[in-house]
Structures are given as C-alpha cells and as structure tokens.
Design a protein. Sequence first.
Length: 318
Amino acid sequence: MEECIISVDWGTSNLRLRLLDCNTGKNYAEVNAPAGIKQTFQNWQVSHEPREIFYSRVLHTQIELLAKQANRMIEPWPIIISGMASASIGMREVSYSPLPFVLDNLSPNIDMISASPTFGHDIILISGLETIGDVMRGEEMQTVGWWLSYGNKNSNTTLILPGTHSKHMHIREGVVVGFKTYMTGELFQIVSEYSILANDVQPKVLEQDYDVVRKGARDVQLEPLSHLLFSIRGRRLQNKFTEQQCSAYLSGLLIGSEFRQFKGGNITLCADEKFASMYLVVINALNLSDFCQVVDKDKVSLFVPTAHLALFKSLAQT
C-alpha cells in the first residue's frame, strides 16, 4: 500500500488537491486554485501541446504548492481525480457510469493514465453518472463519501447537493436509482447579472429578508417561474421590494422551484456555508423540516477525499 495519495477534485471553475495518508486518512495539506477545467481547456486550445501533457503541467504546478503546504517532498504517489477532468473538455474523456449505481461497490467507470518521464504520477480518472436526459461528474463521489460516513442499508432519502448545478440524488437502500439536476446557481447568476433584472438584484441576501425568501419559495409552487421572475421587475418599479428583497425573492423562487415535483419522503441536505442557510429557509417554508436531516457543514467538504481514499484501497485489493 502506498503511503499517501493525492486526492483531486477538478471542477469547472476550481481545482482542489489534498495530500491524504492512506492508512489514517489524515489530510496533510490542501491547495485550492481557480484553475478549473473550463479555463484549462481554453488555455490548452492555444498551447499546441498534447492535451494530457498540458493538463499534467497544471497539476504539477499545484502539486509543488501542495508540497510547500505539507512541508515535505511529494513522492510519485498515485493521483485520484474526480469531477470534470474526465469530461470531453477534460484531461481524457471517460464514459459515464449508468444507473442504478450501488454505493457500496465503489465501481464507477475509471481510466488510468500511467506515469511518464515528464510526469511521475499514475492518474486514476473517475467518470460520472448518467440517466436519460441528465448527467453529472463529481457529485457521485460526494454521494459515495456521504454514504461511507452516514449511510446504511435502510437509507431511503433524497440527497440534496446545492451548487451552481444543484443535484437531487434519489437513494434507495444504498443504491442511486435516479437523480435530477437544477441550474439554480447558474440561473441566479444569469438573471442577476445579464437579464432585465440586473439593476434590481443585489447578490447578497440579508437574514432580515428571509420572509421574502419564504414567499418566493411558496409562490413558485403555484405559479409559473417565468412570470414570477418578471414580477420582480414590477415589484421593484412599484417600490414594493428593495434591491435586497429582489435578491431574496429570486433566491426563494429558484431554490423553491427545485421542490415543485417533490413527491415526499426523507431529505438529506449536504450543503456548505454558502448554501445551507438559504436551503433550510426554503425547506422550512415548504413544511419539509420534519423530513430533513442536515449534514454538518464542516463534514461536507470531506466527502470527496473520503470516497477517493476508499476507491483507491478497493482498487489496490484487486
């Protein structure tokens, strides 16, 4: 067994590396960089380098920073990567794993990139999941990490993973049987920055305006979202809403729209500091609090490295 692995969560906008002890799971160091796959792909297109060599150089730069953070040399330990690195704009495309996806099996589609003279680490690329009309890359490892930390065979829940593209993972007895993606975070950005509402919406929602968030969440259960979005403009022109209240109402509408087709059952909210409070306000407004379990915000960031380490150990035994 290797002494350490390098756990990499390579998203669209950001790149996060962690140096993990294989025996104890201890996180010796981590680095975060705005070197997401989207920007890396754009840079590669004008580089005239082979794709995998270019992406490896991006990783190498961050591994050097990781070594400084850990105050130790980084040996040629394996790298486990999930997220967008296995996408069509990533390091190498890996086909999605189909549903149902058994969380205990730790068997997503993977691809191996062997160490080379220019990059001395073996790389394990993890694919995402797909179902009809929906795909994901990265959240499947968050879900595995949650399962390893909190799940049991009686876990029947909808796991909610808020973000730019919020995911609702439908889990039945340890199996992902379905999921839905909602463009909640991206829509908020588009509407608040590029639409007719751009001058009406302030990005920050104040706690004093949570009642307006609740109103938005309830209204969108009854009326079309497109109409309610324009009503923000009307309310602002009529001095019914402040700019902060426009933002609060928009948040309530978009988050609340995720629950329009919710058919009941248990909810597990896995959200970081940025999203947790707003989702809880909406869940409360829709009278779902009694069915909602909230994962400690500090634990959520540990799910991906937990899953990476478990996957590596499983592969090492085969």
